[in-house]
Design a protein around this ligand. Structure first.
Ligand SMILES: [Zn+2]
Length: 179
């Protein structure tokens, strides 16, 4: 497995809508290795999710996992999940604001409104159908990755930029206020 280079904001690939992955392509050793590399890369950089366009590949696949993560402590755990060609549907209009960061926008963090509960339909890495409900931080991570696959980043979803902060200032000025 290899650690892949992460695309930074400004690279045009991050603003493109990614391509659907056909069943045949998903099964190829090259695509399976790519998914392994995405998982490895996400873990290496302590990400809770990674979309393919964040590693220069404009395809509809994202990986996520919330374990003991130093970047996001005290969050409910989510097992390693691979989402291929995902679709999401909000299950209510209820939204919640919380902090997000992004490996493609290093050192920054801001408060982003997201749907609290969503239905997720996708394929797993073997092409098996997934259909589940995600809530709270789990739903947030999926919405963040889904946005990547559609050429959007979390900055596009912020209501305003008054909470946008570097990580060092986050620890100093914001953590207590929002704990
Ligand atoms: Zn991101």
């Amino acid at each position: 497995m290899s650690i892949l280079k992460v695309t930074r904001l400004g690279h045009p690939v991050l603003r493109k809508v990614t391509e659907n992955i056909a069943a045949k392509e998903l099964k190829t050793p090259a695509m399976q290795k790519f998914i392994d590399d995405m998982v490895e890369t996400m873990k290496e950089y302590d990400g809770v999710g990674l979309a393919a366009d964040q590693v220069f590949t404009s395809k509809q696949v994202a990986v996520l996992e919330v374990a003991d993560n130093p970047r996001y402590p005290n969050k409910a755990k989510v097992p390693l999940t691979v989402l291929v060609n995902p679709k999401i549907t909000p299950l209510s209009d209820e939204m919640e604001e919380d902090w997000e960061g992004c490996l493609s926008i290093p050192d920054l963090r801001g408060r982003v409104p997201r749907y609290k509960t969503i239905r997720v339909q996708a394929l797993d890495r073997r092409g098996k159908k997934l259909d589940f409900v995600a809530a709270n931080f789990h739903a947030r991570v999926i919405q963040h990755e889904y946005d990547h696959l559609n050429g959007k980043v979390y900055l596009d979803r912020m209501r305003d930029f008054t909470t946008l902060t570097f990580l060092q200032e986050f620890a100093r000025y914001w953590m207590k206020k929002y704990r």
